[in-house]
Write a protein that binds this ligand. Structure first.
Ligand code: BGC
Length: 765
């Protein structure tokens, strides 16, 4: 009898297994119905944090070693585990595997700030199309990128990953980035949603922001990216926003993101979520990353005790299933592990070269390429391709400036090159650089080393020109400092001064290359030198790209995606930012109970919407280089523009002519000044931009730019609505925010308003 019963049980188990639906694109509801509570909770919690033990990856991301995380499989229902990996300057996976002689390097593309400097959505799209191919061919389903927080302050440690101080430029760049990656049938995760504008205490800091500043500055870029590109996923940030962790904010994740903007993908936490798992799930955070059993248990208990409803649970699970059926993993894509790294390196070089910002050029550039060059600065051998942290791509190589310059044909002063290499080797030996277990997190950068003035005097005789490379690295987990980082170090100042004195005494030029991740002070020293070339952290091929620019093989057409102020404190946000010029900002807080500390536990965004050029231009504060600024080896003339009303906004056309003697591209920036009265508005705001194709000398192109009435609107907190005032709008065409070349007008006949939900208000403390 017992035997019969057992056989019966086994049979019914087998039968029910047969009846279990296997996930398909068209049976999500059926699978959802077949899932147990335990399974549903499991799907909402990512795999455990991956770890590398003795060179072997453990944890759930083991199917692609070095990937940041994954989703849990439910084999019974044909639900595979999908793989998530960083971003944004390329795919980040482990480059070698134990017992495997193949390598798995990825292309180190330029950082986000450089992409934004291109102001070229097509260029960005073409690059991320290639990047997405690496994602696909290495078996990854979602790239955890782009990073797109606003550059609120120059010292945010992760600004290099992010695009701009302006939400329109940031949003358009993110949309282009997402479209390029997703054209491969893999996903993106726009991050960190939202207001993750500092690294100091990023897990706990409460960003206190007015609804207007939030809507117009810190959410606007995400709104554009979501509406224009529908990223598969959004990553909520670590920090709090107006009192709630963003991952637990229903207003942010459901009301605004889904109900108002129409987002249909999944939201995942940033890595390491909070205790309130159920609160996160309820708020609309579908996936906890990385996850652990506790969180599964909490969700199960939450459903059982009614803290989270069955509908809310099913909503998230449905989102997950809809995401999974889109993935290459689900579709059984046979990835090759062999993307075309050579072609991608060439692309990375092209993007970097074109996007270089030429800040200054007093008849110094381009060079011929045959000059004898005194190449100064430890960054010439310690070149920064990208920043540190999760965005650090494991690339096969980084071309440094010595190699880049030699590849271009220059003869370098050998004693200087030897000196810097020797210093690098010495420093590495002394400090064990790159060997520390914590090196992932912290900036690995050699500090500048002094060169005696008499040596510089001798070098100025023996060489034709001086190139000084100044470098900065930054990364995840810490903000930059004001002294010796934003400001030059004493050694750097002395180097610039001495090189300038000696070379200029002999009628020779001095060129500075800024290999930096973020804004530095330039006003006090820029007049000492003849040219300043800004390639940011331009990826593994960046030094070749810089050399291309130095010899004029590439005519740079980048423009600044942020302002270079005269002083750090000129940014109003500096009054509420955790810089600490004595210590690293990361050390400005301690663990354990203590009184809430300004800028560490909470940060008041007192400047409101007056971020970047909105502040500098409106209040007439002098800057070192304005937003949107960048020189070219040629010159451009702007025609008289035409503006006509279309739909509910306007369409503007302007013809740009190359009036110089070499081919080049020009970015045209369209700024609008709103009619007076009503809300206090910036003197001008960027509303559209376009870039010409490469124009030969004498050649022209007409650019057409469109602006809808909604884009003209500002956020009125009292009415909880976007409002576009009726009246005359001044339409300005600029080569930078401070260099308006042509003006026209547009009249909005009727005021318009777009009401939204009254959510995310700061809590009064
Ligand atoms: C970072 C994210 C990253 C994640 C996974 C976090 O620490 O903030 O940007 O995607 O780690 O590596």
């Amino acid at each position: 009898m017992k035997k019969i019963l057992l056989t019966f049980a086994a049979l019914s188990l087998a039968l029910s297994a047969l009846a279990q639906p296997q996930l398909r694109e068209d049976n999500v509801e059926e699978v959802l119905k077949a899932m147990t509570l335990q399974e549903k909770a499991t799907l909402l919690v990512g795999g455990a944090r991956a770890a590398i033990v003795n060179g072997v990856t453990t944890g759930v991301a083991a199917n692609v070693p070095g990937a940041a995380g994954n989703t849990r499989p439910i084999e019974r229902l044909g639900i595979p585990s999908t793989v998530l990996a960083d971003g944004p300057a390329g795919l980040r996976i482990q480059p070698t595997r134990q017992g495997d002689s193949n390598t798995y390097y990825c292309t180190g593309f330029p950082v986000g700030t450089l992409l934004a400097s291109s102001w070229d959505v097509d260029l960005v799209k073409s690059m991320t199309r290639a990047m997405g191919n690496e994602v696909l061919e290495y078996g990854v389903d979602v790239l955890l990128a782009p990073g797109m927080n606003i550059h609120r302050n120059p010292l945010c440690g992760r600004n290099f990953e992010y695009f701009s101080e302006d939400p329109l430029l940031s949003g358009k760049m993110a949309a282009a980035y997402v479209k390029g990656i997703q054209s491969n049938g893999v996903g993106t995760s726009i991050k960190h949603y939202a207001a993750n504008n500092q690294e100091t205490n990023r897990n706990e800091d409460d960003a206190v922001i007015s609804q207007r500043a939030l809507r117009e500055i810190y959410l606007k870029n995400f709104e554009i990216a979501v509406k224009e590109a529908q990223p598969w996923t959004v990553m909520s940030s670590y920090n709090k926003l107006n009192g709630d962790y963003t991952q637990q904010s229903e207003g942010l994740l459901t009301t605004v993101l889904r109900d108002e903007w129409g987002f249909t993908g999944i939201v995942m936490t940033d890595w390491g979520n909070k205790a309130g798992t159920v609160k996160s799930a309820k708020a609309g955070n579908d996936l906890m990353e990385p996850g652990n059993q506790n969180e599964i248990d909490r969700i199960v208990a939450g459903v059982q005790d009614g803290t989270i409803s069955q509908e809310e649970l099913d909503r998230n699970v449905r989102n997950m299933l809809n995401y999974i059926v889109r993935t290459p993993r689900f579709k059984g894509y046979q990835f090759s592990n062999k993307p075309d790294l050579k072609a991608h390196a060439a692309l990375a070089r092209k993007v970097a070269g074109e996007s270089v910002v030429l800040l200054r050029n007093e008849a110094a550039l381009p060079l011929k390429g045959t000059e004898k060059v005194a190449l100064y600065g430890v960054s010439s051998v310690d070149f920064v391709a990208g920043g540190t942290g999760s965005g650090d791509v494991n690339k096969a190589y980084v071309v440094n400036m010595v190699e880049g310059m030699r590849n271009a044909g220059f003869t370098l002063d050998k004693s200087l090159v030897d000196y810097y290499y020797a210093y690098k080797a010495y420093d590495k030996a002394q400090k064990g650089l790159n060997n520390s277990g914590f090196s992932w997190f912290f900036s690995r950068k050699l500090s500048e080393v002094a060169i005696p003035a008499d040596a510089i005097a001798a070098e100025s005789k023996a060489n034709d020109v001086a190139v000084v490379v100044l470098g900065r690295n930054a990364g995840e987990g810490a903000d930059r400092k004001m002294m010796d980082d934003f400001e030059l170090t004493a050694v750097e100042r002395e180097l610039l001064q001495n090189v300038s004195t000696s070379f200029h005494a002999k009628g020779k030029k001095v060129i500075v290359v800024l290999n930096v991740g973020g804004v530095i002070e330039t006003n006090s020293w820029k007049n000492l030198v003849d040219a300043i070339v800004l390639p940011w952290s331009p990826g593994q091929e960046g030094a070749n790209a810089v050399a291309d620019v130095l010899i004029g093989k590439v005519n740079p057409s980048g423009k600044l995606p942020m302002t270079f102020p005269v002083n750090f404190m000129d940014h109003p946000s500096s009054a509420n930012f955790p810089y600490n010029y004595q210590q690293g900002a990361s050390r400005a807080f301690s663990w354990g109970p203590r009184q809430p500390q300004k800028d560490v536990d909470y940060t008041n965004y007192e400047e409101g919407i007056w971020v970047g050029y909105r502040h500098f231009v409106t209040r007439g504060v002098e800057v070192s280089y304005p937003f949107g600024f960048g020189l070219s080896y040629t010159t451009f003339a702007y025609s008289k523009p035409t503006v006509k009303a279309v739909d509910d906004g306007f369409q503007a056309s302007i013809t740009v002519t190359n009036t110089g003697s070499v081919a080049g591209k020009e970015v045209v920036e369209l700024y609008v000044s709103a009619p007076a009265g009503g809300l206090d508005k910036p003197a001008r705001e960027l509303k559209a931009f376009a870039k010409t194709r490469e124009l030969k000398p004498g050649e022209s192109q007409t650019l057409t730019l469109k602006v809808g009435a909604y884009e003209l609107a500002s956020f009125n907190e009292a009415a909880s609505a976007w409002e576009a005032a009726a009246g005359n709008y001044k339409v300005q065409f600029g080569a930078s925010v401070d260099d308006i070349r042509a003006t026209a007008a547009f009249t909005l006949k009727k005021a318009q308003s777009w009401p939204v939900h009254n959510v995310l208000a700061p809590q009064t403390k």
